[in-house]
Each structure stands twice: as C-alpha cells, then as structure tokens.
Design a protein around this ligand. Structure first.
Ligand SMILES: [Mn+2]
Length: 243
C-alpha cells in the first residue's frame, strides 16, 4: 500500500456551522507524489497517528502566544482557534514520539516551534520593522516573490539541491527561536527563518512557504518536498512491517 499521509485541518465557519477542512492543493500534492492523504479532524484523538506513515501540518491562522508564554501583540482577537491549537500541539508531540516523518508548512513550522519549546515572531512588520522583504504577497499562490538562502550541508539542501531559490510567502509570523534539537536551515534576506529541521534520526522539517501551491509546475521548492515525505513514509512503513 502507498504511504498514508495525515493532514491537519483548519477549523472555519461560525458557531452554527463549523467546518474542519484543508486546501485541496495539499491533497493534490500528496496524491501527485504517490501518497494516500487522510484528513485529521481537530478531535485530539492522537491514536490515529499509529495508522499513519507520514504527517503534514498544514497552514492556517496564528497560534495563541500563551503556548510560548508571551502576551498577544500580533493577532486580532477572535482569530485564534483554541480547538485547533490544542489538537495540533497534541498531534505534533505524539508524532515526534512515534518518529513519524513529517513536514510543517507555514502555520505548521510555527506549530512545530510552539509545541516543542521554541518561540515565534508574532508580527514581522511590528517586530522586524527594518525588514525589506514582503512576507505577505498580494501575487497569486503559485507566484514566487522572495529569495531564500539554504544552509549546506542540511537535509533541506539535499532535497532542494539549491543554495538559493525563490518561494511564495503568505505569513506575518515566523519562528523566532527554534526548539531544542532543531536547527534553522533557510532564511530570507532579512534574516527571518524560512525553514528548520530536526537533528534527530527521523525526518521532520518545517518550511515557512507553501510548497503545495508550487508543486504542480515542478518548482524546486514544491514537489520535491512532498516526494521526500512520501519516500520517508514508505521507509517508515517498511520498518513498521518488519517489527
Ligand atoms: Mn517569507
């Protein structure tokens, strides 16, 4: 069987009609890379991770800064989903324990930081006022607008095979302090962290851009990320079957 890849989901809508869902671009990118996507509703039921071969932490709104012990200075009231925050933090901690291959995307890299002991820049415009990089582009999802520099050697460099590339950018927050055991491996020209990776034995990486929106046209920052996750998922499944 192809690797089963869990996708975390956004909670949207109002009280009468809440929905847990995800942009189809993530689903298409997993299918195109040879995986079987499954959606993980915000239930907090982490046992389901035992049935997965890989995990994608998808994009979305801001985490409540209480999770990294800071007062809120960057997020409008009402823009935080306490239910999603808690469900994803539980998923991330469980997935790390299980050594599940994983990729965090946008909110997902921020979730890795928040859940595992790092911190965020809550608002780049306010907290990095001298930044000359636009991190919230008005161009379309599949348009790349700012450059990043990738550390070498790193797992990310091994995947992308590039020291410099351009990415899309739809974020006003970013990782400030990476969690213990993680290292920053890509930055935009203003020094904002654009990717980090786990130094341990299993594959876990976070990127601040949106590779799912770049996957269709063969951009180096797009499909290669999903191909690596599926390859790691197949390896994970193989080792599980041996046990
Ligand atoms: Mn950016």
């Amino acid at each position: 069987m192809r690797p089963v890849i869990g996708l975390t989901v956004s909670r949207t809508g109002d009280d009468g009609k809440l929905r847990d869902g995800v942009s189809v671009a993530y689903i298409d990118a997993v299918v195109a890379a040879g995986g079987l996507p499954v959606l993980l509703p915000n239930t907090g039921q982490t046992e389901v991770l035992n049935r997965l071969d890989g995990l994608i932490l998808t994009g979305g709104g801001d985490f409540d800064p209480k999770w990294y012990a800071q007062p809120n200075v960057g997020t409008p009231p009402g823009a935080i989903s306490a239910v999603r925050d808690l469900a994803e933090i539980q998923i991330i901690r469980t997935a790390m324990h299980l050594k599940l291959p994983m990729v965090g995307i946008c909110r997902g890299i921020q979730g890795l930081a928040v859940a595992l002991g790092g911190t965020l820049i809550q608002d780049i415009a306010r907290q990095r006022p001298h930044s000359e990089v636009c991190h919230y582009q008005t161009e379309g999802r599949a348009v790349v607008t700012h450059s990043i520099t990738v550390d070498s050697p790193s797992q990310l460099f091994g995947i992308l095979a590039a020291r410099n590339l351009s990415v899309n950018s739809f974020h006003h927050q970013a990782v400030e302090m990476v969690p213990p055991g993680w290292r920053a491996v890509a930055w935009s020209d203003d020094g904002v962290i654009e990717a980090m990776e786990w130094s341990g034995t299993h594959f876990a990486i976070g990127v601040q851009w949106h590779p799912e929106d770049l996957a269709a046209d063969g951009d180096p920052g797009g499909a290669r990320i999903f191909a690596e996750l599926i390859a790691q998922g197949a390896k994970f499944r193989g080792s599980a079957e041996e046990r």
